[in-house]
Design a protein around this ligand. Structure first.
Ligand code: AP5
Length: 217
């Protein structure tokens, strides 16, 4: 069983690797970004509040995000292990996670850190396309669908995320360096960070993740 976090800058490849890892290790994939996007499309109170922050490339306030994750971690599909993607993004969220795990009587096995050069991130993000139905991710250069604009998995029309424009990405990168990078130091002190080279091809990054996580599915 694995209880993991995956961290990295916006566009580093967290979602791409998370979907491979969850299948390989048969664990729940919890993406706070996906949860917020779902809430936005359902026009829930959380979604309406989160949208303002997400559209500007800012973090959704801690109290909203922490509540969301606390509820999600109690779900039965997390009992066999989980991969948290995009959370925690602040020290307050990391401390809140420690408390949640303590209450559940469990510990993290590792924090996967996808290391990338900022220079590739704008291209990765502005070229990203995703399936609104099955959530499969694509890129117009590095992960093209067989038919342009159409999901290989379910045939739906691919979309571009509202926050995937150059202006918002610059804000997201600034927020990452100022508020989220310190969270890595927090976990480095616990000796549970697993660095992975995110500049390689998607499949090579995944191979490195598997080698470093070890067998033990
Ligand atoms: P979120 O959805 O988490 O966005 P993000 O962190 O900005 O990360 P991305 O989803 O943009 O990138 P990724 O690393 O998953 O990259 P991907 O695999 O898709 O959050 C969105 C917003 O929600 C935040 O800005 C914030 O407002 C809010 N939010 C979420 N969590 C929050 C929290 N905890 N607290 C407060 N607010 C929160 O890859 C990108 C592209 O590159 C794809 O097209 C992919 O095909 C391609 N690619 C991937 N890997 C490679 C590779 N190795 N080589 C070449 N291309 C690659």
């Amino acid at each position: 069983m694995k209880r993991l976090l995956i961290m990295g800058a916006p566009g580093a490849g967290k979602g791409t690797q998370a979907s491979l890892i969850k299948n390989e290790y048969n664990i729940a994939h919890i993406s706070t970004g996906d949860m917020f996007r779902e809430a936005i499309s359902n026009k829930t109170p959380v979604g309406l509040e989160a949208k303002v922050y997400i559209d500007n490339g800012q973090l959704v306030p801690d109290e909203i995000t922490i509540r969301l994750v606390e509820e999600r971690l109690k779900a039965s599909d997390c009992k066999g292990g989980f991969l948290l993607d995009g959370y925690p993004r602040t020290i307050a969220q990391a401390q809140a996670l420690d408390l949640m795990l303590k209450k559940l009587g469990i510990k993290l096995d590792g924090v996967i850190n996808i290391k990338t050069d900022d220079l590739v991130l704008i291209d990765r993000i502005t070229g990203r396309r995703s399936c609104p139905v099955c959530k499969e991710g694509y890129h117009i250069k590095s992960k093209k669908p067989t038919v342009e604009g159409v999901c290989d998995v379910c045939g739906a029309t691919l979309i571009q995320r509202a926050d995937d424009n150059e202006e918002t990405v610059k804000n997201r990168l600034e927020v990452y360096h100022n508020q989220t990078a310190p969270v890595l130091d927090y976990y480095s002190k616990q000796n549970i960070v697993i660095d992975v080279d995110g500049m390689k091809d998607i499949s090579d990054v995944f191979e490195e993740v598997k080698v470093k996580l070890g067998g033990n599915k």
